[in-house]
Structures are given as C-alpha cells and as structure tokens.
Design a protein around this ligand. Structure first.
Ligand code: SF4
Ligand code: SF4
Ligand code: SF4
Length: 198
C-alpha cells in the first residue's frame, strides 16, 4: 500500500471515530431548545421526530445533520441566525412526546445557556453608544443591565456597558442575533453544558 493512501485511510478512520464519539456523547457546544434535559439523557430520549421543529412558530429550531458532528436529527438553535423568542406557551416543549424537552413553568426555567459579552469587540466598552443587546433582551434590566461609568481616559464622556446576570439570563440568544458587530459577534450564548466561550 502506498504511503499517501495509508495516511488517507488513517485520517478517514480517525475522523469517523471522532464523529461516532460525538454522536454518541452529544456535543455540549450545541444550544438546545427550551426545556432540554442534560445532554446525555437528551440524546437518549429524543426520538428525532421533529415535532418541536414543526411546532416552533418562528422556525427557530433546526435539526442536526451529520456534517455538524452531533446527534443527527436532534433539535438545536443557531442563535445568530434565528434565536428562541421565548413563546408564552412553549409549543416546542408541549409537543415533545418523550420529555426530552420538559419542565418549563416560567421563563426562568428555560436555562438554554448564558450570554457572554466579548468586551474586546463590544463597541459599548469602547465608549460608543449602542445598547442594542440591552434593549432587545426580553428580560431587560434582569438578564442584562447597563453599567454606566465615566470613560477612564475621557472624563467628559460616559461608557454604557452591557453586563449579563448569569443567574437571570436564560440563553434565548436574541441579543446574539441583534448584535451589530460581526466577525466576531460581540455577544454570544454559551450553551449550558460548556464552561467558557471567549
Ligand atoms: S419557545 Fe417558541 S420560539 Fe423558542 S424554540 Fe420553542 S417554539 Fe420556538
Ligand atoms: S419533539 Fe422531543 S423527541 Fe421530537 S425531535 Fe423534538 S426534542 Fe426530540
Ligand atoms: S440570551 Fe441575551 S437576550 Fe436572552 S435573556 Fe440572555 S441576555 Fe437576554
């Protein structure tokens, strides 16, 4: 067997092994819909029926494909593209036949993740007025607040810096969708299962 062919087979085998591992254990970097139970249990309970996807009036729920490397056919939310709007009646949760999505009694039970601000890229931290994430948050002045202080190098101007309360933020992702900064976006939701984003 030629060396390059052997290398290709080894690389292909490694990729398949990694993909299999991710499919079995899930991918905690994925933002699941409201009410999703812990990732390992979620993958065991979700029967990939797509009912949550069909029930969402905003088309916020996508179904995983194998090229994304996590449970094929399981629901997830790409917040930058189309976040969860926190419907009053949570139709996605109500239609789930297996309780893979369950347990939402009020908005604070949603717990999809927590928004994290990249203060290096957020223009509010540079002293520009923005506050888009703050104003768009459905839990304004709870999940996200403004920290207003005098600009350190310019005492005639104030900084209106958004800050997240991780105890109150439910991870809906509306702030991430609306952020005016791109590549990279300056506020992102850290899915519940992972420790750090920025
Ligand atoms: S709460 Fe509403 S917007 Fe959010 S995922 Fe469920 S159905 Fe979609
Ligand atoms: S409705 Fe429940 S079981 Fe069906 S795809 Fe959505 S999470 Fe999975
Ligand atoms: S993810 Fe953003 S918009 Fe949603 S509750 Fe948290 S701070 Fe507010």
């Amino acid at each position: 067997m030629k060396g390059t062919r052997l290398i290709k087979i080894l690389i292909g085998g490694l990729a398949a092994y990694e993909l299999l591992g991710m499919m079995k254990s899930g991918n905690k970097t994925v933002l699941r819909p409201p009410g999703a139970i812990d990732e390992d249990e979620f993958l065991a309970l979700c029967v990939r029926c797509g009912k949550c996807n069909q029930a969402c009036p905003y088309d916020s729920i996508k179904m995983g494909k194998e090229n994304l490397g996590f449970g094929i056919g399981t629901p997830y939310i790409d917040a930058r593209d189309n976040p969860c709007r926190l419907c009053d009646d949570y139709p996605c949760v109500n239609v789930c036949p297996t309780d893979a999505l369950t347990g939402i009694n009020n908005v604070y039970d949603v717990e999809m993740g927590t928004a994290v601000i990249d203060t290096e890229h957020c223009i509010a931290y540079k002293g520009m007025r923005c506050e888009v994430c703050y104003r768009e948050c459905p839990l304004i002045d709870e999940a996200i607040k403004l920290n207003i202080y005098v600009k350190p190098d310019d005492p005639t101007h104030a900084v209106f810096a958004p800050i997240i309360d991780p105890e109150k933020c439910v991870g809906c992702g509306i702030c991430e969708e609306r952020c005016v900064i791109d590549n990279p976006v300056a506020i992102r939701v850290k899915p519940r299962g992972i420790k750090e984003l920025f």
